[in-house]
Design a protein around this ligand. Structure first.
Ligand SMILES: Cc1ncc(C[n+]2csc(CCOP(=O)(O)OP(=O)(O)O)c2C)c(N)n1
Ligand SMILES: [Mg+2]
Length: 256
């Protein structure tokens, strides 16, 4: 089968993982396809990769969907389990996939120390700015002012700029794209997978059900338009004054 086709990624999917646990319009589904297309385009075998995820909708991207070895572990701990996998068998490609809660909230300490130690693994964060699976609570990446079930008047806190945080902690490859920017996202995932050392891809994803409906972005299309309008490249952001950057999402490769 030709690499990079929908037909060829079907062999990478576990049919018993369907019907999918994702809600209609979930951005994590787009990210799921992007990860498989990246692996397919690299010509890698799923047998050479171990996927590790914690709890949350983001954690469901590899498990139950991927026809591969997957470890579905405790919430916030996938980087720690992934470290163990890599130590046991350094030949394996180890890929952590999880939500912003899993990776950057409860799992934030493992994330920054993994980056600091430049562990040889790829971490992909499905950042939808909310605890999707548990009903829509605020997370460390929820934009300021956004309404969630725990911030009904709008989030008063400044969010983490996750990619810059991980870059500052020492990761040797860091990129952020949204699920709207699908070709760039696939390219970044491919670069991350091939990169020796700690590589991090922040995939801005949409949760129309828990985030969108509370923030006037009820449909999947509105969520994608929101990413289209808000995202600007690192180069463009560099020449904008800080006040014009407040509601923007800067995308691109932060460390290469
Ligand atoms: C130790 C522990 N604390 C809290 C929970 C409850 N819990 C499960 S998933 C989750 C957050 C999910 O959000 P995120 O990781 O962003 O994934 P999403 O569903 O948004 O993709 C929480 C708080 C848990 N399972 N275990
Ligand atoms: Mg989330």
């Amino acid at each position: 089968m030709k690499a990079g086709t929908t037909t060829s990624i079907k062999r990478m999917i576990r049919t018993e993982g369907f019907p999918t646990p994702f809600c209609p319009g979930c951005g994590h589904g787009i990210l799921l396809g992007a990860i498989l297309r990246a692996i397919d385009e690299l010509g890698w075998s799923m047998d050479d990769i171990v996927f590790v995820s914690g709890i949350g909708c983001g954690g469901w991207i590899p498990s139950p969907h991927f026809a591969a070895d997957t470890l579905h572990v405790t919430h916030g701990r996938p980087v720690a389990f992934a470290t163990g996998v890599k130590l046991y068998n350094p030949e394996l490609k180890v890929v952590v996939i999880g939500g912003d809660g899993d990776i950057a909230s409860i799992g934030g300490n493992h994330l920054i120390h993994g980056a600091r130690r430049n562990l040889d693994m790829t971490v992909i964060c499905a950042n939808n700015g909310i605890y999707g699976m548990t009903g829509g609570q605020v997370t460390p990446t929820t934009p300021r002012g956004a309404r969630t079930v725990t911030t009904p008047q709008g989030n008063p806190d400044r969010p983490f700029d996750l990619s810059r945080l991980v870059a500052a902690a020492g990761a040797s490859y860091v990129a952020r794209f949204s699920v709207f920017h699908i070709r760039q996202l696939i390219r970044a995932i491919k670069t991350a997978l091939e990169h020796p050392g700690f590589s991090f891809v922040e995939a801005i994803s949409g949760c129309p059900v828990q985030f969108g409906r509370r923030n006037a972005l009820d449909t999947p299309v509105e969520m994608l338009r929101y990413f289209q309008e808000r995202c600007i490249s690192i180069a463009r952001a560099r020449v904008l004054p800080p006040e014009q950057l407040e509601d923007k999402i800067v995308i691109g490769e932060f460390v290469r």
